[in-house]
Design a protein around this ligand. Structure first.
Ligand code: FEO
Length: 412
């Protein structure tokens, strides 16, 4: 059944929710689900801005039919040709064969790669700054490469100030009736998921995100309509989210605090994580989080590593190398271009030491611009009373470093 909601007098949200998919991109758990947003502009020419994932196909076509009221569909703007926004495109063209598919060369190449059905007669190629007049509404296209794929554009509607921002400013989590972020306790309910979405999906492309922000800020944005999650329409909420993006895209910690990520086979490294957390707490440090890298999906640890100023990695040697789940976490942090944070390292081994060296190598040679706080430790087996002083010294060093850390602030 149609579930359209108004953004403005003539612009509608025509998305829906996916509660069923376990993992976004078959990688990231989405316990709060995800929405796929699409938008309909009702004017002399009718236009859809981005389509949706196949999982909400029925609602999408119900919405389109309801809003068209028997008219032709004139345009579909494709800001992003990833299948979570495009797996209904071929059917849309089949239903409305005269529709113009608005995109760039890469958009159309990806379309053909995925769907194997070239539709050159429908292609309407746009370049940076090109405009399409729908009647009262005018769409302006701006490239936003690698936020999050190379073909990505954003589209600015100049009569209403609505920025259709593709994946940018989106979040995991369904839309539960309220489509606007200011109708929700976004900070409490969605902020962690927005950060997890950003860091894991777009996190690698901080420079490109900063370029995109610089490009769209002067446009006079009144509303931001992303492809996932709620819509931003008040000056306060728009500023809040853009500032978050400034933090995240510059890899700047948002808060003083420590994320202790440990891998442990028999509980000994877990014990060390708890001891260090206790010693840090005695030194007045707050916001300490402990994660077992074998239990918690890395996407959660990565999001918190981004958020907090300090990270501690603790893991044993395994098969003469680094414990696999820690190796995976550090590989992902490197792949996502994580940097500009402080890290401490504790290895553990029984008869051959490799873990500590591997972690030091990651944070000195592979993950750039990281400050190692304290002397990396390499414990043999279990932690004993006489080694506690090593942890006390490490806790001193981390506490001092946290107290001296300055958290960056951003203004628009
Ligand atoms: Fe929501 Fe990059 O796709």
């Amino acid at each position: 059944m149609q579930c359209a909601q108004k953004l403005t007098d003539n612009i509608y949200w025509i998305g829906s929710n996916d509660w069923d998919t376990e993992r976004f991109e078959n990688l990231f758990p989405i316990p709060l689900g995800v929405s796929y947003n699409s938008y309909f502009i009702d004017d002399e020419k009718t236009c859809i801005v981005d389509s949706v994932d196949d999982s909400i196909r029925q609602e999408f076509f119900d919405n389109v039919e309801f809003l068209l009221r028997g008219r032709q569909l004139d345009y579909v703007v494709v800001n992003h040709m990833e299948p979570d926004h495009c797996s209904t495109l071929v059917e849309l063209i089949d239903r409305y064969p005269n529709v113009k598919l608005v995109g760039n060369r890469t958009t159309f190449r990806l379309f053909e790669q995925f769907y194997g059905r070239p539709h050159p007669e429908n292609y309407y190629e746009v370049k940076e700054g090109d405009s399409i007049c729908l009647g009262k509404h005018t769409l302006h296209s701006y490239t936003m490469p690698m936020v999050h794929w190379p073909e990505v554009t954003c589209t600015f509607e100049s009569s209403t100030g609505v920025l259709f921002s593709a994946d940018a400013f989106g979040t995991f989590g369904t839309i539960n009736g309220n489509i606007f972020a200011d109708q929700l306790d976004f900070e409490r309910v969605y902020e962690d998921e927005a950060r997890r979405y950003y860091t894991n999906i777009v996190g690698k492309y901080g420079v490109q995100v900063q370029n995109a922000i610089k490009k769209v800020l002067p446009l006079g944005i009144k509303m931001i309509a992303p492809l996932h999650g709620p819509i931003w329409r008040t000056p306060e909420s728009i500023q809040y989210m853009i500032k978050k993006y400034m933090h995240w895209s510059t890899y700047s910690a948002e808060k003083k605090g420590v994320v202790i990520a440990f891998g442990s086979m028999y509980g000994n490294t877990a014990d060390m994580a708890q001891q260090l957390a206790r010693l840090l707490s005695f030194r007045g440090i707050t916001d300490i989080k402990i994660y077992d890298v074998s239990k918690t999906n890395p996407s959660y640890i990565i999001a918190d590593a981004w958020k907090y100023s300090h990270l501690v990695c603790m893991a044993p040697t395994y098969n003469l190398a680094l414990y696999l789940t820690m190796e995976n976490l550090l590989y992902e942090l490197k792949a996502l271009n994580f940097h500009n944070h402080k890290v401490s390292i504790v290895g553990n081994h029984s008869w051959a030491s490799a873990a500590m060296k591997r972690m030091v190598d990651y944070f000195t040679n592979q993950i750039k611009d990281m400050e190692i706080v304290g002397t990396p430790l390499d414990i043999r087996g279990a932690l004993h009373q006489d080694q506690l002083k090593l942890f006390a010294k490490l806790a001193d060093d981390i506490a001092k470093s946290i107290n001296e850390t300055e958290i960056k602030t951003f203004s628009l």
